[in-house]
Design a protein around this ligand. Structure first.
Ligand code: FAD
Length: 474
């Protein structure tokens, strides 16, 4: 039962930060002791290899930030309701606060948790923070939801976004702390195989690093972002997606920085704001049509003759960066080594898989889900459906990216390709070589191999895609 001294539990999930955290802010405002908790439940257990490993790193760093603020991160594993009930019994907590998530599994779990806690007389409150615009607050004139990005952008661009909240000055500690698991025993990196030590140097870990990067991006990069954002051979984007995915920085802070840059006349800042709104739009669609995660958003696409086998030679060549298409292979290897892939690369590899190779977009979505440290359920799903043509606001199916001409346009000096491909080069780059240290030995790939001929040439794949589209029976 709550009284003025009963602790407030903050149940952290994808919000590993102290600054601009509405739930934490509200808990500290009560003046009651605050008990930060992370629960490894089935949903977190089921994450792909790279996002789960990245989450483990994030938790470790966040626990240190809490300790520096005089607090702790209590780690528990199991069914959320059981864990929370145990903690409430052990600590006498009277309230549980958390930041909302929007994917259907989290919503179902959180709804169950909220109603059960309330029935038990515990104050259960969810807060915003993961998004700038709650998905149900953005409506068309007729009260519906948006299916196309541009009108969504026009609707939200002039909205007032909450100003970021400061980090709490102190986080009141309970008289005694409940027991905590040790993070090492959770083995969050178990599925990373040989990749962890290779990907680790590429991780931008934690709130401070994210904040520093935002400042650097605004000072030095955003002015040229309109052009640089399309160049995988340059450091021309914010690189904040992994931090946004785990809530190590809030979108509100990114928005506020982008708005200041806009007022300062920095040319690319509006485009940056638009990209932040793509993330919001992805969540808007996931909220209103959760099927976007699992099936063709345009349901008539169910009749399209996708190849659904993830283990065909073509799908395997795609996953391993051995298609013989330099842009595709470079991007797939970039992802394996860094846990991230440039947006232009994501569009090219997704188009090549779904159009040239005729593989179902879900094969690609699942591979990304396993390999990306910035994996985000909504952005990944909308990205794949957009690329495949099955989504609401999709690139039309007949617009097939040509991976060769795209390279001429966006990697004119082939710096990106040289960075990531080793075969055929007398002095491959360190980055290209590190790919071979990260991949499973069973793939039997070596830098001394000959670079393969294209499994499906650009023009052949384009024709194949257009033929399939023309003969579709819907
Ligand atoms: P910046 O260019 O600096 O953009 C700033 C922020 O805006 C990003 O961090 C991101 O949060 C948001 N953003 C930018 N572009 C998009 C977009 N197209 N859709 C949604 N949000 C966007 N993004 C993820 O965060 N996680 C994913 O799992 C993911 N999967 C994708 C899969 C495919 C097939 C495609 C085509 C795109 C995917 N994206 C995903 C979107 C985009 O590629 C990344 O957000 C972007 O490359 C991240 O780099 P950045 O942080 O430097 O972006």
């Amino acid at each position: 039962m709550q009284d003025s001294t009963s602790p407030v539990i903050i149940w952290f999930r994808r919000d590993l930060r102290l600054c601009d955290h509405p739930a934490l802010h509200a808990a500290c405002e009560t003046g009651r002791p605050v008990i930060p908790v992370y629960i490894l439940d089935d949903l977190a257990e089921g994450l792909g290899a790279a996002p789960k490993w990245r989450l483990g790193l994030g938790l470790e760093r966040f626990a240190r930030s809490l300790e520096a603020a005089g607090s702790r991160l209590i780690l528990r594993r199991g069914d959320v309701l059981k864990v929370l009930s145990d903690l409430i019994r052990e600590t006498g907590a009277g309230a549980v606060y958390w930041s909302r998530l929007y994917d259907p599994d989290s919503v179902a779990r959180d709804t169950r948790v909220k109603s059960t806690l309330k029935e038990d007389g515990i104050e259960a409150r969810s807060f915003g923070g993961h998004l700038m615009f709650e998905p149900w607050t953005v409506q068309t004139k007729t009260g519906g939801y948006y299916k196309v990005y541009t009108p969504f952008w026009k609707m939200v661009r002039t909205r007032i976004v909450d100003a970021p909240l400061p980090a709490p000055k102190t986080i009141p500690a309970p008289r005694t702390w409940p027991n905590s698991d040790r993070l090492e025993t959770w083995q969050m990196g178990a599925a990373m195989n040989r990749g962890a030590s290779i990907v680790r140097p590429h991780v931008r870990l934690g709130e401070q690093a994210a904040s520093d990067r935002l400042a650097c991006f605004i000072d030095h990069i955003v002015a040229g972002y309109d052009a640089s954002r399309d160049r995988p051979d340059q450091d021309g984007t914010s690189g904040l997606s992994e931090n946004l995915a785990l809530g190590e920085i809030s979108p509100h802070r990114c928005w506020a920085a982008g708005m200041r840059a806009l007022q300062d006349g920095k040319a690319g800042s509006e485009t940056f704001l638009k990209e932040l709104v793509w993330r919001e739009f992805a969540y808007h669609l996931m909220h209103h049509t959760p099927r976007i995660l699992t099936g063709n958003w345009k349901e008539d696409w169910d009749a399209f003759p996708w190849n659904t086998d993830p283990d065909t030679p073509e799908a395997i060549a795609w996953k391993r960066g051995r298609t013989g298409m330099q842009f595709v292979d470079a991007a797939m290897r970039e992802m394996y080594v860094t846990g991230r892939m440039h947006n232009r690369g994501r569009m090219i590899v997704a188009s090549y898989l779904t159009k040239h190779l005729q593989c179902h977009w879900q094969i690609g979505l699942k591979w990304f889900e396993d390999c990306l440290i910035d994996w985000d359920p909504a952005s990944n799903a909308i990205g794949w459906q957009w690329s495949a043509g099955s989504g609401p606001d999709a690139t039309p199916y007949f617009r097939v990216f040509n991976p060769v001409t795209q390279l001429d346009k966006f990697d004119p000096q082939r710096a990106y390709v040289r960075k990531w491909l080793a075969e055929g080069l007398s002095k491959p780059s360190q980055a290209a070589l590190s790919y071979f240290d990260a991949i499973p030995k069973s793939w039997q790939m070596a830098p001394s191999d000959a670079y393969p001929a294209a499994i499906v040439a650009a023009d052949v794949g384009r024709k194949r895609a257009l033929d399939a589209y023309e003969h579709r029976n819907f």
